[in-house]
Design a protein around this ligand. Structure first.
Ligand SMILES: [Cu+2]
Length: 128
C-alpha cells in the first residue's frame, strides 16, 4: 500500500530535476557559447608595420588567453618582429603578413620591436 504513493512522490520529485536539467541546458550552456563567440574577436590582434612604426603601438589583449597575433608589413623592406617579453621572433617580408599565437599572458606590459628598425619600431602590448 505504501509503494504506490511513494512511487508517485518519487516521480513528482523528478520533475524539478528535469526542469533543472532543462534550465541548465537552456541557461547554463547558452551563455558560455555566447561568451566564446564574443571572445573570439578579442582573441585576435592585428598589428601593421608602416613607415617602420607599429599601428597600433600600444595594443591591448585579454590576460590569461591565447591570442592570434597577425603582423602585416606594409613597408617595402623586410622587418623582424620581435619580443623577448612574449617570445616571438619572426621575419615579415616586405608586403607580407605573418601570424603567431601568443600567451596566455599574465596581466602586465610586454615590449615588442622591429629589430631592423629599432629606433622607430617600438611597441608595448598590455594584457589585462
Ligand atoms: Cu631577432
Amino acid at each position: 500500500m505504501n509503494i504506490l504513493p511513494r512511487a508517485i512522490r518519487l516521480h513528482l520529485h523528478r520533475i524539478p530535476v528535469l526542469m533543472l536539467s532543462l534550465a541548465v541546458a537552456a541557461f547554463g550552456l547558452l551563455p558560455p557559447m555566447a561568451t566564446t563567440t564574443a571572445l573570439a574577436a578579442d582573441n585576435e590582434l592585428t598589428i601593421t608595420i608602416k613607415d617602420h612604426k607599429f599601428e597600433p603601438a600600444n595594443p591591448e589583449i585579454p590576460a590569461g588567453t591565447r591570442v592570434k597575433l597577425t603582423v602585416i608589413n606594409a613597408d617595402t623592406t623586410a622587418e623582424e618582429f620581435e619580443s623577448h617579453d612574449f617570445h616571438v621572433e619572426k621575419i615579415v617580408g616586405a608586403g607580407k603578413t605573418i601570424s603567431v599565437y601568443i600567451g596566455p599572458l599574465e596581466a602586465g606590459t610586454y615590449k615588442f620591436f622591429g629589430e631592423r628598425h629599432e629606433s622607430t619600431a617600438q611597441g608595448v602590448l598590455t594584457a589585462k
